[in-house]
Design a protein around this ligand. Sequence first.
Ligand code: HEC
Length: 161
Amino acid sequence: MKRAARLGLFTAPVLLLAASVGAGQGSAQFSAMPGVAHPARARVDYMLKCQGCHHPDGGGNLVNTPPLRGEVAKFLAVPGGREFLGRVPGVASTDLDDARLAELLNWTLYTFDRQHLPAGFQPYSPGELAKLRKAPLRLERAEMRAGLVRAIENHQKRAKN
Ligand code: HEC
């Protein structure tokens, strides 16, 4: 009983959101997203698969989920960063096929951190994600992430000088 009520509470807002996303489909804001065949579908996939942790605005939280907004594309500027984004468990283990996952990851990059996309950014392809997600990161990811964050900081310092 309780469980059903909770589920009901959960689905109603998601459906409302999905409807409002559909209404925005085809508008100009979605035009420049190579590698994203259906931006509205990617957005709903984000709502269903990612935002529970990363939050609707990509802000994450200070306790256990890093922000995507204003941050996530910085990983693409350092060696190993591109692979890391395809291998973190939240991405690699998501219950979506390779094409939908590539679309969702590209959408995430454009939507939350377009300003840090490197010049000449090539969107993830389904084939690339198929390979990366075959090797999902486990406990080693914390250390790997810390190393990448240090590399990003150094990269930013160099860019300022
Ligand atoms: C259960 C919570 C959870 C879910 C669900 C989740 N993530 Fe994450 N995500 C994390 C955490 C925690 C990290 C930090 C790395 C790690 O420890 O896995 C992370 C890292 C990332 C990163 C690498 C950037 C960084 O700062 O480490 C990307 C990109 C990302 N997530 C995207 C997604 C996408 C896209 C989805 C949905 C398909 C998703 N995540 C679902 C918790 C989650």
